[in-house]
Design a protein around this ligand. Structure first.
Ligand SMILES: NC(=O)c1ccc[n+]([C@@H]2O[C@H](COP(=O)([O-])OP(=O)(O)OC[C@H]3O[C@@H](n4cnc5c(N)ncnc54)[C@H](OP(=O)(O)O)[C@@H]3O)[C@@H](O)[C@H]2O)c1
Length: 337
């Protein structure tokens, strides 16, 4: 990746039109900006105002009607239903449906608009929930979407597994999956800041467990690169170089933004929050060499410490989401210099 891949200055359009489902979401807004900066034309797809194509991914007929007469070269599935952070397994249900039925419907829409390529936003938790030790997971060396260790986890893993399988084996369309680490950064971290300010976000001891993280702008840069450089049928791990425990990430965020240190609770106290409990018991590292080699992806921020520090320098706590997103472009510029 060259520095220009993170440039906020739009380049002249190359003629590639990208239909982006989830364009108004936290990741989607970064994605739309990165795609536009890379010279692509973005058509936003979603239910709400502010989308160019308004449709619900759950309603196949309405979706096909909405894209009727449209053309796109590439379709991206970055729609989730995670605005309310998932605490219990039931909180994943709508996102699981978007990953299964939503992917099927969006693939049908992709064929309808004549797309040659379909890119799925995927997630490192597709490797599973649990302790995977110190060896980083590689795309080829590790099964994706192993059976869940409980019925509830299986529903979420089935969602991740199905979204990738449908994408990577789609007939007549080049499928690519991006397995993102946990997002942080402008537009995402503000929700954490608010909870920290209210002292409403306890953490649990990490006890050596770590998770992969990626700054939202870096994640979006990987998507823009995948439009032109992703190898059909390939999944890519997209995470920074510094896996960090969930508790450590939250404490780091508090430290960088000068907020009160969160309270620490034992992990068993989180057991009633089934999904959170599974996440907090996960120890996962991923290898990102393939994304570097085939996409040319080089994250601007090698660690959350770097990325959060850049965000804190540029976006004072309490700033609006869009203002923070804009100022992060400046932070990324600054980080490169
Ligand atoms: N890797 C990760 O760590 C990861 C991945 C994803 C999200 N998250 C986190 O989850 C939080 C919420 O993210 P978010 O705001 O992007 O999520 P969101 O509120 O779930 O919205 C995501 C996008 O999906 C679209 N969408 C949702 N349901 C749809 C449907 N049925 N049909 C068509 N489009 C649909 C929404 O547009 P409409 O509402 O207009 O339909 C929106 O553009 C953030 O903190 C984010 O960082 C983390």
């Amino acid at each position: 990746m060259t520095d220009d891949n993170r440039s906020p200055r739009p380049r002249p359009a190359t003629g590639t039109t990208v239909l982006l489902a989830g364009a108004t979401g936290v990741f989607g807004r970064h994605a739309a900006r990165a795609l536009t900066a890379a010279g692509h034309r973005v058509l936003a797809l979603g239910r709400g105002a502010g989308n160019d194509v308004r449709a619900d991914l759950d309603d196949r007929d309405a979706l096909l009607r909405a894209v009727d007469g449209r053309h796109a070269d590439v379709v991206v599935h970055a729609a989730t239903a995670l605005r309310k952070p998932p605490a219990r397994h039931a909180d994943m249900a709508a996102t699981n449906t978007l990953r299964t039925r939503g992917t099927r419907h969006l693939l049908d829409a992709a064929r309808e608009v004549g797309a040659r390529r379909f890119i799925a936003e995927s997630m490192v938790f597709g490797y599973g929930y649990g302790d995977f030790g110190d060896r980083p997971r590689t795309e080829a060396g590790t099964p994706f979407g192993p059976p869940g260790t409980s019925a509830a986890l299986e529903r979420t893993l089935a969602g991740l597994r199905t979204k990738e399988e449908l994408t990577l084996t789609a007939d007549g369309i080049e499928g690519i999956a991006l397995r993102f680490g946990l997002f942080y950064g402008p537009g995402g971290t503000e929700a954490l800041l608010e909870l920290l300010r209210r002292r409403a976000l306890p953490v649990t001891p990490d006890r050596g467990l770590v998770l992969p993280w990626v700054e939202l702008g870096d994640a979006a840069a990987a998507l823009a690169l995948a439009v032109d450089h992703g190898v059909p049928g390939q999944a890519y791990n997209i995470a920074d170089q510094d896996p960090l425990g969930f508790g450590a990430h939250v404490r780091l965020t508090a430290e960088v933004f000068g907020l009160p240190r969160p309270l620490t609770l034992p992990r068993w106290a989180m057991r009633p929050l089934g999904y959170v409990h599974a996440v907090l018991g996960t120890n996962l590292r991923v290898d990102t060499a393939l994304a570097a080699e085939e996409l040319g992806w080089r994250p601007a921020f090698r660690s959350a410490r770097e990325g959060l520090a850049a965000m804190a320098r540029q976006a004072a706590p309490g700033q609006s989401r869009s203002a923070a997103t804009t100022s992060t472009a400046a932070a990324q510029e600054e980080n490169r210099q």
